[in-house]
Design a protein. Structure first.
Length: 248
């Protein structure tokens, strides 16, 4: 089991694999300020930037789980680079059924709620690893601007307009699941660009180096249409944030 190669090409230069900057990740850490020694479980951890930087900045310990061997290699290298390899570990596997052996103070799924078939299932999954009084972190998109029609929703990369809620509706949904929303840090259009626009240069450099690769036509088409599509749709309509939840 591994992530399709096109993802690791697009996101080759990224540390955070979401429309969130390193600065926003640090802001989130400061906002919840975990005590040293807090155990963190990060499901679909990507390159492990949350775990590694929070281990450095706040002294947390923890485990990240991801299906991408390429991203996990990057996560392990980042842990060594930041001097936290003795405090964080990374496991290759499907996070959709992953429950921590020992309860954790923070259970996270940042930008991958499909592992729980949506927000309710992901909250249920994270709860199974959470110590009493712990925090859940959910990274999730929402409609920043309601799409006028289904074609606009599709152009934003969604199957249907109903796939996302507005921000107030998403916060209401968390409440309906029995959670207090105790913090949130939202992406903005600039942080969307750091995620989306940074992929264009990664793709262009990869195309220049690999013109005969079997993925070249697909990624060439993506680079040709991606910037205008991003500016017209995703950047304008789709918001994204990390929401910090505690059970009531
Ligand atoms: C949008 S990225 C977010 C990564 C990371 N949370 C971050 O913010 O940088 C989604 C991640 O989910 C991982 N992933 C997708 N399906 C998964 C699954 N079933 N189990 C574990 N990881 C999965 C991908 O490999 C990718 O690293």
């Amino acid at each position: 089991m591994d992530l399709p190669r096109s993802f690791t090409i697009r996101e080759s230069g990224h540390r955070v694999l979401n429309p969130f900057t390193i600065e926003k990740l640090a802001l989130l850490g400061q906002a919840i300020s975990p005590s040293p020694g807090t155990r963190v479980l990060d499901l679909a951890c990507g390159k492990g930037e949350l775990l590694c930087t929070w281990a450095r900045d706040h002294g947390v310990t923890g485990t990240g789980v991801d299906i991408s061997t390429v991203f996990l290699d990057a996560a392990r290298a980042r842990a060594v680079e930041l001097g936290v390899a003795d405090r964080v570990g990374f496991v290759h596997g499907d996070a959709s059924g992953h429950v921590s052996d020992d309860p954790v103070g923070i259970a996270a799924c940042v930008g991958a709620t499909w592992i729980g078939s949506g927000v309710p299932g992901t909250v249920g999954l994270l709860r199974r690893s959470l110590a009493p009084g712990g925090m859940m972190l959910i990274g999730e998109p929402y409609w920043r601007r309601e799409p006028e029609d289904e074609a606009t929703a599709k152009a934003c990369g969604l199957s249907r307009a109903d796939d996302l809620l507005s921000l107030p509706e998403l916060l209401t949904r968390f409440g309906d699941l029995g959670c207090d929303v105790v913090e949130m840090v939202l992406a903005d259009q600039d942080s969307w660009d750091r995620y989306a626009a940074a992929q264009w240069l990664n793709i262009r450099r990869w195309l220049d180096a690999n013109p005969e690769d079997e993925l070249a036509d697909e990624l060439r088409a993506e680079l040709t249409t991606g910037p205008v599509r991003h500016a017209r749709y995703q950047r304008e309509y789709v918001g994204w944030g990390v929401f910090v939840l505690m059970d009531r």
